[in-house]
Design a protein around this ligand. Structure first.
Ligand SMILES: [Zn+2]
Length: 160
């Protein structure tokens, strides 16, 4: 996230708070960052993972994810992130949920997806990409981000 401004854009006073100006009525609206995470499976019910090539969680195995661009449809961002990171084309399925936390700027929107083509090949943001069997398999990577366990539970739970 960009650093907060040091001077008020309205009255040029030095800012003592990232939330706005004490000298005038300027308020610094800090927008949330919208991220998508995609739990994509293939026809063998394996989940798509990447080995992250950047912080946070560098070198960890995680689901394809990334920030939604301004003006970009959220589902399109999900498809794009999977393509960029893994080479796999997906069809976006149901919305798994929206995760957020007090004090955390990021709002995470998680989708189910199904493999629909492409070639598994890690992009520049990934050291590797792999299909890993779902379930209690010992080969399944552990949670990396705060909401991962809850997101995973949302796909292991039988649908009603
Ligand atoms: Zn001011």
């Amino acid at each position: 996230m960009p650093p907060p401004p040091r001077f008020c854009p309205q009255c040029a006073a030095r800012l003592s708070s990232p939330d706005g100006c004490d000298d005038c009525d300027w308020i610094h609206y800090r927008d949330p960052k919208v991220a998508v995470v995609v739990l994509a499976t293939d026809e063998q019910d394996r989940l798509l993972y990447i080995r992250r090539n950047h912080e946070p969680a560098m070198y960890q195995w995680a689901w394809p994810s990334g920030f939604v661009d301004a003006g970009e449809r959220v589902e399109d961002a999900a498809v794009r992130e999977v393509r960029e990171e893994t080479g796999v084309e997906v069809e976006i399925g149901r919305l798994l949920g929206v995760w957020s936390e007090t004090g955390d700027q990021t709002v995470v929107i998680a989708f189910r997806a199904a493999a629909a083509g492409g070639v598994l090949r890690p992009g520049p943001e990934a050291l590797a990409a792999a299909w890993i069997p779902i379930g209690r398999s010992a080969s399944m990577p552990g949670p990396v981000f705060p909401h991962d366990e809850s997101i995973l539970a949302s796909i292991l739970r039988p649908e009603r």
